[in-house]
Design a protein around this ligand. Structure first.
Ligand code: B12
Ligand code: SF4
Length: 489
């Protein structure tokens, strides 16, 4: 079968363009199964997916099926793509984080007019099973994770789609990405390289922690690790086979088992793979680190480590966010990482339920104290599938016009909790954090001024400055309840 796997363009503000790795995994398994695959990522393409669908049909080699991936904010575009596919007679399949949390929504009207199948969870094997069945002209049975309509009935698989043995999977089809069109991974501090050969790699899936802002059902509570050897072989392919210039580890928690993490670093050194810089893009967990790990990471070519710090108030961290780490552990990790010569990043969240002026001030103070190379301050957004979402709905309401508003930096997902929660104060402190960290400290301003990138693209620089320090035009000005906004619950 000829299959096009597509990712909609993120309307989420981000200058970074990362490969949609999930599609790489799906393509690899489909290819092994004898099917032809193309990956279409709207984020880096100049033309719409309809262009490829029409050219293929004109050439007498039409695609038979379109598989679309989506996180929550990309759902409107995902449905649009499915409509395009359906209008051209393709079978349409949706999967990815949002569909894992809300699979039923897309097989109900109006979406059931143009969405044929939805997959919940990890779909490498189950998607292949569906494609094989369709190619053989058979009605698909109960495949793990599948949801579809049969007449008026909705067929929903009760089986777990999480894959226990990750080593059994092929490496993602990294060769199918138009890699030169993706940016480097951390342009906020490095300058934006629009043509980096930056790949991401996944050494494990799942996480046993239960942070209340995290969409936990997406990867599950059970941590499943690949063997060090398998990871090293993929790393080798990226560096030696595909000319990677940067690698990002995007696990939820790659360092859960300290000895395994250290072993991986040692093997990267042994294999001479420490020449290409790498980062832990989405952070590592502070309470599974020690100085030796950071030293080994440095030796293995790691350039920068990120940590989810979240909040500067111990009670918030323990009782509201349930991060499973203490502020002392945070301080220790930053100290050790810096001592090993690594650059650090800190991720901080503003506006979790219970956050007030005092706790947010503590968060700003902690960011200034830790002084990472990059501080990423985010507004809490109640994504479905999080404990936070359920908590808000118990005592308040989430307001948004559609799923497209669920983009963290856009400030459009508003919620009301109770009289103690001041949403305007949250936005005020969030912007203050950016100003105090990046604008009011001469050494930071100087550091920025030295960056060639800042001067080469002044309009972009100004736009970014407005967005974070003041509020860009396309960001919604008010956090107050908007009566026009729908309640998404
Ligand atoms: C890398 C990453 C990013 C990258 C995106 C890179 C990219 N182009 O995909 C960046 C930094 C840009 C990013 C941004 C955001 N992210 Co993000 N991100 C991740 C992260 C850490 C890893 C993603 C990954 O590679 N997973 C590995 C692959 C193998 O898994 P997968 O993509 O889910 O694919 C599997 C299944 O979902 C399924 N599947 C996927 N697609 C399809 C399609 C079909 C047809 C089928 C059948 C199956 C299927 O099969 C795949 C193979 O098993 C995840 C957390 C996680 N561990 O998944 C968060 C995560 C996906 N992100 C999340 C969020 C909230 C965001 C943002 C919305 C945050 C924001 N700033 O507003 C934005 C959204 C931007 C966007 N493009 O959608 C949430 C999603 C929650 C939700 N409800 O959607 C996650 C789950 C984190 C979390 N635990 O809360 N993110
Ligand atoms: S935020 Fe990170 S540590 Fe917390 S549950 Fe999610 S993946 Fe695990």
């Amino acid at each position: 079968m000829r299959i096009i796997l597509a990712s909609p363009e993120a309307k989420v503000w981000s200058e970074r363009k990362h490969i949609p790795l999930g599609l790489g995994y799906l393509a690899a398994v489909l290819r092994e199964g004898g099917h032809e695959c193309m990956i279409y990522d709207a984020a880096i393409e100049d033309v719409g997916v309809d262009y490829y669908l029409d050219r293929a049909a004109e050439a007498g080699q039409p695609f038979h099926l379109i598989g679309i991936t989506a996180t929550t904010p990309l759902m409107p575009e995902a449905w649009e793509m499915a409509q395009m596919g359906k209008a051209r007679g393709l079978t349409t399949v949706l999967g990815g984080p949002h569909l894992t949390i809300m699979p039923l929504e897309s097989v109900q009207p109006p979406h059931s007019d143009y969405v044929d199948y939805v997959f919940k969870g990890e779909a490498e094997y189950s998607f292949l099973e569906l494609v094989n069945a369709l190619e053989a002209g058979k009605e698909p049975g109960i495949i793990p994770g599948i949801h579809f309509r049969r007449g008026d009935e909705i067929v929903a698989s009760p089986e777990s789609p999480m894959i226990p043995d990750l080593d059994a999977l092929p490496f993602p089809a990294h060769d199918l990405f138009k890699i030169e069109r993706y940016t480097n991974l951390q342009p906020l501090t490095d300058g934006l390289d629009r043509h980096a050969r930056s790949f991401t790699i996944l050494t494990s899936r799942g996480c046993p922690y239960k942070c209340t802002f995290c969409s936990k059902p997406v990867t599950g509570d059970t941590w499943r690790a690949r063997s060090v050897e398998s990871v090293v072989q993929e790393w080798k392919w990226l560096v030696k086979g595909l000319g990677a210039t940067e690698i990002g580890v995007t696990d939820d928690i790659w360092n859960l088992k300290l000895p395994r993490a250290k072993e991986l670093c040692r093997r990267l050194v042994e294999e001479g793979l420490n020449t290409v810089p790498w980062t832990t893009v989405h952070g590592m967990k502070v309470n599974h680190t020690d100085l030796e790990l950071f030293q080994l990471m440095k030796a293995a070519g790691c350039k920068r480590v990120g940590f989810g710090v979240e909040n500067g108030d111990e009670q918030m961290l323990r009782n509201v966010i349930r991060k499973g780490q203490t502020l002392d552990q945070v301080r220790e990790a930053f100290k050790n990482a810096k001592a090993a010569g690594l650059q650090t990043m800190g991720f901080f969240i503003f506006g979790m339920p219970g956050d007030n002026e005092e706790t947010m001030e503590k968060t700003i103070q902690l960011a200034l104290e830790l002084d990472p190379k990059l501080a990423n301050f985010m507004l809490a957004a109640p994504f479905p599938g999080t404990v936070m979402y359920d908590q808000i709905l118990e005592g308040g309401q989430v307001f948004a016009d559609n799923w497209g508003d669920f983009a963290i930096h856009e400030q459009k997902t508003r919620f009301v909790m109770n009289e103690n929660y001041d949403a305007d104060m949250v936005v005020h402190k969030w912007r203050e954090a950016y100003r105090r960290f990046y604008l009011y400290r001469p050494e930071r301003v100087l550091e920025k001024m030295m960056m060639k990138d800042l001067w080469l693209d002044l309009p972009r620089t100004m736009n970014n400055a407005m967005r974070f320090f003041v509020g860009a035009k396309d960001q919604n000005g008010s956090t107050k309840k908007n009566d026009q906004a729908k309640v998404l619950a």
